[in-house]
Design a protein around this ligand. Structure first.
Ligand code: URA
Ligand code: SF4
Length: 174
């Protein structure tokens, strides 16, 4: 359904849809913003520079990339890597909602402001004030943290993210 979707304007400029990938029985899910140029080219999430860092973060948590599930708020690349517009995230909402429902993971790690606002539209405060605080989305535990692309620009923030990831590791006894 996603591969043929034309519900928003992002379908006009995408090369490939990026549905998500990983173990469909995964208990740990990472939820990002949307495909960039590399992801659009390959049809896979988090395969560029931010993706390399995400893979290192997953490995530091003592997981393999193949053991977790990785998906994004929007399934098509916003041109020029701009943020997705609210009408685009709304057009795409049913896919991520159903994807999360079908996977039904134990924990979702939310990567950055866009997916945070998407899952928690009514929460006061942004990612800067809410990161590191456990939340709940439809009965699933959620840990909001910074996006790996932000960490590439702001390495000082890595210590905060590592704290957040250690909280998640503790849930899995790692
Ligand atoms: N950034 C994201 O949010 N998602 C990707 O898949 C790649 C980069
Ligand atoms: Fe459809 Fe989502 Fe792609 Fe928009 S971003 S065309 S809603 S799959």
């Amino acid at each position: 359904t996603v591969a043929e979707c034309r519900r928003c304007r992002l379908c006009e400029t995408r090369r490939n849809t990026v549905f998500g990938e990983g173990d469909t029985r995964a208990r740990l899910m990472f939820f990002g913003e949307g495909p960039g140029a590399d992801e659009d080219m390959q049809g896979r999430p988090f395969v560029g520079r931010a993706g390399e860092l995400l893979t290192r973060m997953i490995n530091a948590m003592q997981f393999q990339r193949s053991e977790v599930y990785i998906a994004n708020t929007v399934k098509c690349r916003p041109p020029g890597n701009r943020n997705p517009e609210p009408d685009e995230t709304e057009a795409c909402r049913a896919y991520a909602r159903r994807q999360i429902e079908l996977l039904s993971p134990k924990v979702i790690v939310v990567l950055g402001a866009v997916p945070f606002r998407f899952l928690f539209p009514n929460v006061y405060g942004g990612i800067r004030s809410q990161r590191g605080k456990w939340m709940e989305y439809r009965g699933i535990r959620v840990m909001p943290t910074y996006h790996p692309a932000y960490l590439l620009r702001t390495p000082e923030a890595k210590a905060d993210v590592w704290k957040d990831l250690q909280e998640v590791m503790a849930v899995f006894g790692r």
